[in-house]
Design a binder for this molecule. Structure first.
Ligand code: NI
Length: 234
């Protein structure tokens, strides 16, 4: 699933940028015209934000490292953070919706589920303009109603260091670095300084091992999976 083909030019560019970043000197970019390269790739995802202090620090660190990520934003946190979100979009990050008020969707009626998702997307649209804003449901809880109302792919994760639990940077980094493999989606929260520090260390450590970082959308494209409304990924 890390087999890149010559068709994903934007993705390849993103990968080359990372490969050529400081700290990854041992990696060499493939020669022009080379058809395929093996490069394990993962998507870093951040839920529950934005939060001005920590998200700004994270964006600074990701920009330095030329690494894109995916942010699943809580709609009620958009107001007052519009510039932060606009910076995210400008710097090539994918932005998705994490409902309006971070409610457990599986406890709600169909109309309430639709409302939570739509209001979240509306807040994003007001700040950023129209977009797809893929859904990550709070707590990763999905039922038939959530699938029917999602109106986008439903994005879960495959590596969860439970960064909210002890806020221990070293433990979070160790968990992710020792578990991450090609094609993984890593769950973190940009609300905690410990998670921001962990995320940047994860980028550096996995980068040294030749990992490439992409958005969830790029990861799916690379796996040749077409985005489909109401379908869970991964
Ligand atoms: Ni959440």
């Amino acid at each position: 699933m890390g087999r890149l083909r010559g068709t994903g030019l934007g993705l390849l560019t993103a990968c080359f940028l990372f490969v050529m970043a400081p700290g990854a000197e041992e990696q060499t970019a493939p020669a022009a015209g080379e058809e395929e390269l093996e490069m394990p790739m993962v998507a870093l995802t951040f839920d529950d934000g934005p939060r001005r202090s920590t998200t700004t620090q994270l964006l600074d660190g990701l920009a330095q490292r030329k690494v894109p990520a995916t942010f699943f934003v809580v709609g009620s946190r958009v107001k007052g953070n519009e510039e932060l979100l606009q910076r995210m979009a400008r710097e090539g990050h994918q932005i998705g919706v994490h409902t309006y008020s971070h409610t457990q969707l599986t406890g709600l009626s169909s109309a309430q589920v639709a409302c939570e998702i739509q209001q979240g997307r509306q807040a994003l649209t007001q700040a950023l303009g129209p977009g797809d804003y893929w859904l990550r449901p709070p707590f990763g809880l999905v039922n038939s109603c959530v699938k029917a109302c999602a109106d986008s792919p439903i994005i879960l994760w495959s590596v969860d260091p439970e960064d909210w639990k002890d806020k221990n940077t070293a433990r979070i980094v160790d968990h992710v670095v020792s578990n991450a493999k090609d094609g993984d989606i890593i769950l973190l929260h940009d609300m905690y300084p410990s998670s921001v520090q962990a995320a940047l260390e994860i980028v550096d450590r996995l980068g040294e091992r030749g990992f490439c970082f992409v958005t969830v959308e790029q990861l799916m494209a690379c796996q040749e999976i077409a985005p489909e409304a109401g379908v869970i990924f991964p």
